[in-house]
Design a binder for this molecule. Structure first.
Ligand code: ZN
Length: 139
């Protein structure tokens, strides 16, 4: 089940009725009712049901996280595809940017545009198992 909703126009300090929240989140009213059933907090038990923006945002934040599987170690987020992608040829460059981490650079396997990903140095050994990484020293 893809959960498509927007959180940009939900204001934390504003109180919303169900229909207003549906509007702000670009979803249908039944969707908002489902969120309430699924545990979204509301102001009180009075009618009409009122939801504070921050209550909705909090709920949707956890929902977003749950809906997404964590990015696999060898994957990149491609800004052009707006999705997770494998790097082209399973190859990447690693550039250390600090004592604890660095940047992996690769090309999207689908659109071939460059993708970067910051990783911590601790993750590097695992990534080396999956990808062919050229480690560049920043000397
Ligand atoms: Zn791409």
């Amino acid at each position: 089940m893809a959960s498509r909703f927007k959180t940009q126009s939900i204001k934390a300090n504003k109180t919303y009725e169900v229909a207003e929240l549906a509007d702000a989140a670009c979803v249908s009213i039944p969707t908002v009712r489902n969120w309430l059933k699924a545990g979204m907090q509301k102001v009180d038990d009075q009618r009409p049901t009122m939801i504070m923006g921050f209550q909705a945002l909090e709920f949707l934040k956890t929902r977003k996280v749950k809906g997404k599987r964590p990015m696999a170690k060898g994957e990149f987020f491609c800004m052009r595809c707006k999705d997770r992608r494998e790097p082209l040829g399973a190859m990447a460059d690693y550039e250390q940017t600090s004592a604890t981490g660095g940047r992996l650079k690769a090309f999207c396997a689908v659109c071939e545009c460059p993708c970067n990903r910051n990783i911590s140095a601790r993750d590097l050994p695992n990534i080396l198992k999956i990808l062919d990484v050229a480690i560049r020293s920043s000397s």
